[in-house]
Design a protein around this ligand. Structure first.
Ligand code: NAD
Length: 324
């Protein structure tokens, strides 16, 4: 039986990756600070602890694993990552990557996958909301717009160093805005699609909701199932360079609100307010993913949003129920 280790297996993508690997017949060990919030973990073993702690990380990676997925990181949406208030915590994720790589170099790990981010790309390539340039080789000269992006870029280099000097078999995905059911939807760490779904679910027909910025900033959003397919495919490939994993369906935040309102069947007014927004435009460029993995997204934005909205609406309804 193949064996996989999922670090960050209590998080949004990690918990669903565990399910995917279990469906494929893997033995799965997961490690995280916490268990998944919205469903029981499907993992065979779930270790709770801090992967910044060297001993815990070494204990986690003990044994033989065909695939190790490193998804653990201090994470959040614009309201968490782009205010600058959590940068010490954000930077501390580097310790997780050092610990995991040392465990990989010392142990019996077939392949290690690292979840980097589109936030590594330089600000100057993302000024035009309609024509952002996020080809993998444009990450240098480096100028990410947040410490989160710098942490991811530095950690990518760590993985590449361990690959070059110690022969660790690495794979690096640069995820672009992954969303779906069972993701954080409230509390300050939620990302734009979840926050918009929640605001629309809470609103009555004709209400207005607050949107950070002027709404003209653009992004692409990848449904979680597509992300999981790319993740396992990359981990099993022979390609060691960074690969964008995102959608190419560019949408402005204002249009995203209208799309969710349409799905909800509500008329929603938008109130644009000052807030952390990140770069003006960002779109995945999937040419390398297509060429090296034969991967491309299969789930249109609207379909992903319909599923996500339905789940978030249910969470909102449940949270409003009086507790007995
Ligand atoms: N979701 C996205 O849109 C997106 C985009 C780009 C990159 N990523 C990266 O993908 C990975 C997974 O993202 P996600 O959306 O599932 O985030 P998430 O916050 O839901 O999952 C991350 C998990 O890591 C765990 N963690 C954090 N610090 C830890 C520590 N010190 N020890 C043990 N566990 C720790 C958290 O408890 C959490 O469960 C992260 O590395 C994130 O930076 C995600």
């Amino acid at each position: 039986m193949k064996r996989a280790l999922v670090c960050g297996g209590g998080g949004f993508i990690g918990a669903q990756l565990v399910k995917t690997l279990k469906r494929e017949g893997y033995f799965v060990r997961a490690a995280d600070l916490k268990r998944p919030e919205f469903a029981e973990s499907a993992a065979d073993e779930f270790l709770i602890g801090d992967l910044r702690d060297r001993d815990f990380a070494a204990w986690t990676a003990e044994g033989e694993f065909d695939e190790l997925y490193q998804l653990a990181a201090e994470m959040g949406g614009a309201g968490y990552l782009f205010t600058g208030d959590h940068d010490v915590a954000v930077m501390s994720s580097t310790q997780i990557n050092f610990n995991i790589l040392n465990a990989c170099a010392a142990g019996r790990i077939g392949s290690v996958f690292y979840s980097s981010s589109a936030c590594v790309y330089p600000i100057h390539n993302q000024l035009n909301p309609n024509a952002p340039d996020c080809r993998e080789d444009t990450a240098y000269p480096a100028a990410p717009d947040s410490e989160y992006g710098w942490e991811k870029l530095f950690s990518e280099r760590l993985y590449q160093t361990y690959h070059r000097n110690l022969g660790v078999n690495i794979h690096i995905a640069r995820y672009h805005n992954v969303f779906g059911p069972e993701g954080t939807w409230t509390g300050g760490r939620e990302k734009a699609p979840a926050a918009i779904c929640r605001k629309v679910a809470e609103a009555r027909d004709g209400d207005s909701i607050e949107i950070w910025g002027d709404g003209r900033q653009t992004r692409t959003f990848l449904y979680v199932d597509d992300c999981l397919a790319a993740t396992t495919s990359l981990a099993r490939s022979t390609y060691a360079g960074p690969v964008n994993v995102g959608s190419e369906e560019l949408v402005s935040i204002a249009d995203l609100v209208d799309l969710v309102a349409d799905i909800a069947g509500k008329r929603i007014e938008k109130r644009f307010v000052t807030g952390p927004t990140g770069v003006r435009g960002r779109r995945s460029d999937n040419r390398i993913a297509e060429e090296k993995l034969g991967w491309r997204p299969t789930i249109p934005l609207r379909v992903g949003l319909e599923r996500t909205f339905a789940w978030i609406e249910e969470q909102v309804r449940a949270s409003l129920k009086p507790h007995g």
